[in-house]
Ligand binder design. Structure first.
Ligand SMILES: Cc1cc2nc3c(=O)[nH]c(=O)nc-3n(C[C@H](O)[C@H](O)[C@H](O)COP(=O)(O)O)c2cc1C
Length: 393
């Protein structure tokens, strides 16, 4: 028997699109909510610690479908700060594996974002100034290191001048991304994300503001995006066929000369043809920090319209990010087909239970989604509170 329209509406309310599972190759995410990658700058020797275990497990307990581990450097020179995670050595696998396993026990899938931060490497932790390293950092024993980018153009005044990567250097970076991806797989990751945004190494090749090379990696669209496409293909070859691959891109450079938006859509397609499954749609970073963390955001969910353009124009699956703080906004974005996933960053630092609370806001509390150690009690708490409210009202 067919559903009446009212039954359909009731079913939709009980099953918000935000909580519909998503299959990506061999992986099924329990819902459409990802924790956006967020560097914690707290990894001595670039190795995960008890802090990372506690920090990431909170999000898995909080109900996220996907926990994306912060930008993890593929070579030591690619770290942003002395506190970044790394996966350039087999010794870094076991500590990260412990974090990943703890999240997976709670039903979350785990991704690892792989990065080389290019000319934005060798900087201070945000709370030490977020700028180039100086005397105060040296006093802490933290010295800068030589950095590399597409061209020898510093990030800004007072910053280190990078060396332009040689063709051999490009080959070495491709191998480093692939080797780190393979280590992420060995650490138990469910997927890998290539960081090709925010002015970091791969993005620096794409933007005419940072790429003045005179070789095969500069010129037309294909040349400027060649490195990212090569890294995508190399990483795809290094991970299992049934494992999804994400790539974070900057939809806008936020620098002059600006890339036309058509190139962003073309980039999404190019990455798709090189084995990427999901385009994680961020922006900015070439001329400053990323758009959403540098105060350039003007509205909640401000990157959703362009994410929808990337999705419609390229046919790729997308992850949207940037001030998606409200359950209704996130749910509507999935329902309307503007994106396939939403990534939530700072809001989940504020409230790691954001996914459970979003479910409650959309369709009432769903205690079966909570860890059973909490859900049993919370359900009874709810009943008790309702009784008290009824008797006092
Ligand atoms: C503390 C912090 C660390 C971040 N680190 C990363 C990172 O490692 N990789 C990345 O791609 N973006 C990083 N970002 C950007 C976030 O992933 C996200 O795109 C941004 O915060 C906007 O989302 P939000 O408004 O939900 O916070 C970071 C943001 C914050 C606040």
């Amino acid at each position: 028997m067919g559903q009446t329209s009212n039954e359909g509406a009731v079913a939709a309310a009980a099953n918000p699109p935000l909580f519909k599972p998503l299959r990506l190759r061999g992986l099924v995410l329990r819902n459409r909510i990802a924790i956006s990658p967020m560097c914690m700058y707290s990894a001595p020797d670039s190795v995960a610690t008890d802090f990372h275990l506690a920090h990431y497990t909170r999000f898995a307990l909080g109900g996220a479908g996907l926990v994306m581990i912060e930008a993890t450097a593929v070579v030591p020179e690619g770290r942003i700060t002395h506190g970044d995670l790394g996966l350039w050595s087999d010794d870094q696998i076991a500590p990260l594996a412990r974090v990943i396993a703890a999240c997976k026990v709670q039903g979350a899938a785990v991704g690892v974002q792989l990065v080389h931060s290019g000319r934005k490497a060798a900087r201070q932790r945000p709370w030490h100034g977020n700028g180039p390293m100086g005397e105060a950092d040296a006093a802490r024993g933290e010295l800068p290191w030589p950095i590399a980018s597409a061209s020898a153009i510093p990030f800004g005044e007072g910053y280190l001048t990078p060396e332009a990567l040689t063709p051999e250097g490009i080959g070495a970076m491709r191998r480093a991304f692939a080797a780190a991806a393979e280590r992420a797989v060995r650490a138990g990751a469910d997927l890998v994300e290539i960081h090709a945004a925010h002015g970091f190494l791969l993005h620096s090749f794409m933007s005419p503001a940072t790429n003045t090379r005179d070789d095969a990696y500069n010129g037309d669209f294909a040349a400027r995006h060649r490195f990212a496409a090569e890294v995508a293909a190399d990483v795809r070859a290094a991970i299992p066929d049934d494992m999804p691959l994400f790539a974070r891109i900057s939809m806008h450079d936020a620098a002059e000369p600006a890339r036309p938006f058509g190139e962003t859509v073309e980039l999404a397609g190019l990455l798709g043809r090189n084995g990427v499954d999901v385009i994680d749609c961020s922006s900015g970073g070439i001329g400053g920090h990323s758009a959403s963390t540098s105060g350039k955001a003007t509205a909640l969910g401000f990157q959703l319209p362009d994410t929808a353009r990337v999705r419609a124009g390229s046919g790729m699956k997308t992850m949207a990010v940037g001030l998606i703080t409200e359950a209704e906004l996130a749910d509507a974005a999935i329902r309307d087909g503007r994106t396939d996933l939403v990534a939530i960053g700072r809001e989940t630092l504020w409230n790691p239970n954001w996914p459970h609370h979003a479910r409650a806001a959309l369709s009432g509390p769903c205690y079966a989604d909570w860890p059973e150690q909490y859900g049993w009690w919370l359900e009874r708490r709810e009943q008790l509170l309702e009784k008290i409210r009824a008797s006092s009202g």
